[in-house]
Ligand binder design. Structure first.
Ligand code: SF4
Ligand code: SF4
Length: 253
């Protein structure tokens, strides 16, 4: 489907309180090989939750997520896909290495996130809407420079947690990188070297064939539509999404 047609359809669905795959979420989810492979018989041992670093800080329990997916209940799955829960995972894969039944909760979460985005349900959660920040900043850096964090696009104003030292580093980038021996934007080997265009083209091809480009376009389009609805510019919407963080709701202590 053409990106503009797809975006219009999603916008219309959202406006009508509808979403894509309504009534077929379970069917769609179970087409994903990560679900097919990852949903072996869970015995509710809780090892995944015990080793999960995200579960220590967030109201998050990978074992419960596996249980919800295994139930194959359409309403429960819809609730999960529009919740913040699936965005708490750090994708560290500690759970995958420890599950005695060879389940893969981390990969199940990945599949859930993808369906949440494709269906449009991710726009109903605070953490889901923050995918706009990930796409606009990190994914753009990967495609343009070959790095998810690239020093020249690092904006101190949106990362004040780095404090005055971070600000100073930001203002003296070339000097600092020269002193540390990195090869910032240089040719040849070394940290932060310039990634050749052929490699960046290959990266773009990978994004295209895996569907990442399509998802990125969808997220950018959804964010723009939401900004229009909220009477904001895209930049204002970006900052509102980026700074909104209901800690009380997310943290488990
Ligand atoms: S991949 Fe996600 S669910 Fe698994 S241990 Fe890491 S943070 Fe937890
Ligand atoms: S570690 Fe594996 S078997 Fe145990 S609760 Fe988690 S998914 Fe189920």
């Amino acid at each position: 489907m053409h990106p503009i047609v797809r975006q219009f359809t999603i916008y219309l669905f959202t406006f009508m309180g509808e979403y894509r795959f309504k009534g077929h979420l379970v069917e769609e989810l179970f087409k994903d090989y990560r679900i097919k492979e990852g949903m072996k018989a869970c015995m509710n041992c809780g090892v995944c939750t015990a080793v999960c670093p995200a579960a220590e800080f967030y109201k998050y329990n990978p074992k419960n997520i596996i249980n919800i997916v295994a139930r194959k209940n359409e309403e429960d799955l819809e609730d999960l896909l529009k919740s913040d829960t699936i965005w708490y995972c750090g994708e560290c894969m500690s759970c995958v290495t420890r599950c005695p039944r060879a389940n893969a909760p981390g990969l199940v979460i990945m599949a859930l996130r993808k369906l949440s985005m494709r269906s449009g349900l991710y726009m109903q959660s605070e953490k889901g809407r923050q995918q706009y920040v990930v796409v606009k900043d990190l994914c753009s850096n990967i495609l343009n420079y070959g790095y998810c964090v690239y020093p020249r696009t690092f904006d101190y104003e949106t990362h004040k947690e780095f404090g005055p030292v971070g600000k100073w580093i930001n203002e003296h980038l070339d000097d600092i990188h020269a002193r540390l021996g990195s090869n910032l934007d240089g040719d040849g080997p070394g940290g932060l070297r310039r990634i050749p265009k052929e490699s960046l083209d290959q990266l773009k091809n990978i994004f295209d064939v895996t569907g990442a480009t399509e998802l990125m376009e969808q997220v950018l389009g959804d964010a723009h539509n939401e900004a229009v609805k909220e009477n904001m510019s895209d930049e204002e919407y970006f900052m509102s999404v980026y700074t909104k963080n209901d800690w009380e709701k997310h943290l488990n202590h």
